[in-house]
Design a protein around this ligand. Structure first.
Ligand code: GAL
Length: 810
């Protein structure tokens, strides 16, 4: 016989166990997927033989393995928004990777025991594209837009065992203006919860009052079930409870609680403080559901003559636009890769991201909350009028509203999001119907989220000034068109303008062209653009032109530069030139390596660390005696340049000249090999910092620099190892182009490689690649086994190198 004490302990343990079972269980379906490209009449059927299909891990992008092919999605078209009037053959517009066609994913669902009082939801964070979801042979759900999140209640289609999930995807040709990726490229979740519980995306947290000393946190909770009790606890970032509220009264199916948080710590990019709301649903004494939601306490306002304020402080957006691909990983989301992008942007001083031109991944938003980036979350690149033959216009009338609803409902609690965008350069900017659509969409956003304003990235500024399109928006966003800022600001009634897209300056990392001249749509035989940062598009401008606007016009509320990183597809100015297959717009290249322009933005944006950067490189074998301009991007006001010890003079930033206001330039330097040195002066004119570049000798040795040498043993984490080459004296060889090979051993895998060359047709997934401008990046992935991982790199007659990465259980 058990003693009473033992019985008590046992029953306590059992009740904790059953309470645990009753609660929500969220499983990410990463493993055990089978995949095949192609058309199969019966692939949805449970008994279908998929044993010959590829075994894959989701997130998965079926097209990133390549090969690149000029014929894929070749578009013979005139890109009218780029001012083209005659159709030409566009190769590489969508990345020249095999994303078109049908694909199937299948998986046996291993479910925890589901009781008769439970519900099972399947949530897909984005699937490219037109996902059709089948359970045990029957279609249970579908969505058209490949970028959006949606969930389906699959409870009634489930059998007690042997459930088979099948997802069909279809990518049409000419459906995109950039590389969209292909497949289940984001996470798929299974959510098992009680019927009596909080609805999916049912919690809305806002902070309507933020005062010195306290904040009012409003929590609206949608629930299913009657006679419930809801407890909402607010925890600070250390997990300590700072406020709690219990309610039994509901307004229909919704609870509405106002919770006072004393001495709130505010969220900002500089101090991204996060609270957690723990919502617990009780039925009597039984816990039915627990949901944890991270949120921030902050205020935003957009006002005429004052601009944008965060927590009462006026500031301008130092933002970048990002497409969703992660270079050599394609569209498949990866937290380590997203975090690395944000780490690079943070160092640049960037404080905002625009998810051009579609819904961001949940992981990217989580990271922006945590790391401190404000977010402009966009929805569409097309409304009812087409940009590409099979673009979103096909679905606009039927789907736009539900797409916005899901965008807002899934993301409304992220403090990082400070505005929504209903569109980018939509051709509907012309005509009365377009004005109606702009109003309709904005009102859907307002209905779903009354706390954040809405913008549209407008390029047809004159048309939108006349039609009322621009006037009705909460935030008039101008894409480029700096010459129209003044006029637009006078015409529009908001009293401020956002540079929703700026610069579109093009460059190739480490490539410099002579003579150095400002030029539009400049092309060269090698299909590269110059890193002197003087080349841009017919519709765009140099970064310096944006800086003038940002600095001199208080009513300009900031900018989002096109783009933070190079992306796959849209190889302007080489849209017609094969083998160009990725963009030249990035401040950093496709491998994430900073181009020179990174330092130009850093010199303005990073207020905590100084910047002093010299360009070009100093290895010009055939240019001795030739004019080789030298630029310095720096946060200091003036600097002196020395070549082989001889002063070439002092340059000072000149407010009156747009060319010399942000860059220090020595235009008539005659090249001599040796040492180029710059000494920067502080405000008192005293030397404060120096930088030098030395002409390198023959490439001699490989050098490996991991971004992180300790990673998680979770089978997904990545170390990004930069590979460079030095001469015998340790000088970086900036033009090295040797073919290298990579070997990973121990508890890790070779994942991918990228050199940032927009014309390279080498596979990202084969362990060999040529250096581009002396560098490339190898991605090493952990396994689930902790331990040592070794990366060896050799080739090109160079002294080989090895680095060790440790993978640990988190
Ligand atoms: C903009 C457009 C972007 C990209 C960019 C290139 O007009 O919104 O998606 O195409 O031009 O400069």
């Amino acid at each position: 016989m058990f003693k009473p004490k033992v019985i008590l302990i046992l029953s306590l343990l059992l009740s904790v166990y059953f309470q645990g079972l009753a609660q929500r269980n969220q499983i990410v379906l990463n493993d055990g997927w089978k995949f095949s490209k192609g058309t199969f009449a019966d692939a949805a059927a449970p008994g279908f033989d998929d044993s010959k299909w590829q075994s894959v891990r989701v997130p998965h992008d079926w097209a990133i393995s390549g090969p690149f092919d000029k014929e894929i999605d070749k578009q013979v078209t005139a890109i009218t928004q780029n001012g083209e009037t005659k159709p030409t053959e566009k190769t590489g517009r969508t990345g020249a990777l095999p994303y078109i066609g049908e694909g199937w994913y299948r998986k046996k669902l291993i479910l925890p025991a589901v009781t008769s009082t439970q519900k099972v939801l399947l949530q897909i964070d984005g699937a490219m594209s037109e996902p059709r979801v089948y359970l045990n042979g029957k279609q249970v759900g579908q969505w058209n837009y490949g970028y959006n999140y949606f969930y389906i209640d699959i409870t009634h289609g489930l059998k007690s065992k042997d459930n088979v999930l099948a997802i069909h995807l279809n990518n049409k040709p000419k459906s995109s203006r950039w590389y969209p990726g292909a497949g289940l490229y984001r996470n798929v979740h299974l959510i098992v919860k009680e019927e009596k519980s909080i609805d999916q995306w049912g919690i809305t947290i806002t902070t309507p009052v933020v005062e010195k000393g306290f904040a009012k946190v409003n929590v609206k909770t949608k629930l299913t079930g009657s006679n419930l009790r809801l407890v909402n606890q607010v925890l600070d970032s250390s997990g300590k409870q700072v406020a709690v509220d219990t309610t039994k009264s509901f307004f229909g199916q919704e609870a509405d609680q106002n919770i006072r948080v004393s001495e709130p710590r505010l969220w900002s990019p500089e101090n991204p403080y996060l609270y957690t709301l723990v919502s617990t649903v009780y039925d009597g004494d039984q816990v039915k559901d627990i949901v944890k939601t991270r949120f921030g306490i902050r205020t935003i306002s957009f006002k005429a003559n004052q601009g944008f304020s965060l927590n009462g402080q006026v500031r301008k957006f130092k933002g970048v636009c990002l497409h969703h691909d992660l270079g050599p990983l394609g569209a498949a989301i990866n937290v380590a890769a997203l975090r690395r992008q944000l780490t690079i942007l943070k160092d640049m001083g960037c404080d905002a991201i625009r998810s051009s031109h579609n819904m961001p991944s949940p992981e990217q938003l989580e990271l922006c909350d945590e790391m401190g980036f404000m977010f402009l979350a966009e929805s569409f690149d097309e409304w009812a009028k087409a940009k590409v033959e099979n673009g979103y216009h096909l679905y606009f009338d039927t789907d736009a509203e539900k797409d916005i609803v899901n965008l807002v409902q899934a993301n409304k609690n992220h403090p990082s999001i400070v505005m929504w965008s209903s569109g980018n350069e939509v051709p509907d900017q012309f005509g009365a119907e377009g004005v109606k659509r702009a109003k309709w969409l904005q009102e859907i956003f307002h209905r779903e989220d009354p706390t954040r304003p809405v913008t549209v990235g407008m390029d047809q500024v004159k048309a939108t000034m006349q039609s009322g399109f621009g006037a009705l928006l909460d935030i008039p966003g101008l894409n480029y068109r700096v010459h129209l800022y003044e006029e637009a600001n006078k015409a529009f009634p908001q009293g401020f303008i956002l540079g929703s897209e700026t610069a579109s300056t093009v460059s190739s990392r480490g490539v410099y062209k002579f003579p150095v001249v400002k030029a539009k749509d400049k092309q060269y035989d090698d299909f590269q653009s110059s890193s002197y940062d003087m080349e841009y598009c017919s519709w765009s401008n140099l970064p310096d032109d944006d800086f003038v606007m940002q600095d001199d016009k208080p009513w300009v509320i900031g900018e989002f530069v096109w783009t933070g990183f190079d992306y796959l597809g849209e190889p302007t100015p080489y849209d017609n030139s094969w083998p160009s297959r990725s963009s030249y717009f990035g401040i950093s290249d496709l491998a994430g390596l900073p181009k020179d322009r990174f330092y130009l933005y850093r010199s303005r944006w990073n207020k905590t660390k100084p910047t002093l950067h010299l360009l070009p490189h100093w290895n010009w074998e055939n240019r001795t005696g030739d004019t080789t301009p030298v630029f310095v991007y720096t946060s200091y006001d003036s600097a002196e340049l020395f070549l082989n010890g001889k002063s070439l003079g002092i340059r000072k930033k000149d407010k009156k000249s747009p060319q010399n206001r942000y860059r220090l330039m020595w235009m008539d330097v005659k090249y001599q090999p040796g040492t180029l040195k710059v000494v920067a002066f502080d405000a008192q004119g005293k030397p404060a910092a120096e930088e030098k570049i030395v002409t390198a000798g023959k490439p001699y040795k490989i050098v490996l620099t991991p971004d992180r040498s300790v990673i998680d043993a979770d089978g997904k984490d990545l170390s990004f190892v930069t590979v460079s080459v030095i001469d015998k004296d340790g000088n970086l060889c900036p033009t090295a182009s040797q073919q290298l090979k990579f070997y990973v051993s121990g508890n890790g895998k070779f994942k991918a490689v990228c050199n940032g060359d927009a014309t390279s047709l080498e596979s990202f997934e084969k362990p060999t690649m040529k250096l581009f401008s002396g560098k490339l990046v190898v991605l090493v992935e952990s396994t689930v086994n902790p331990g040592k991982i070794k990366l060896n790199v050799n080739g090109g007659g160079l002294k080989a190198a090895q680095t060790e990465i440790i993978s640990k259980v988190k």
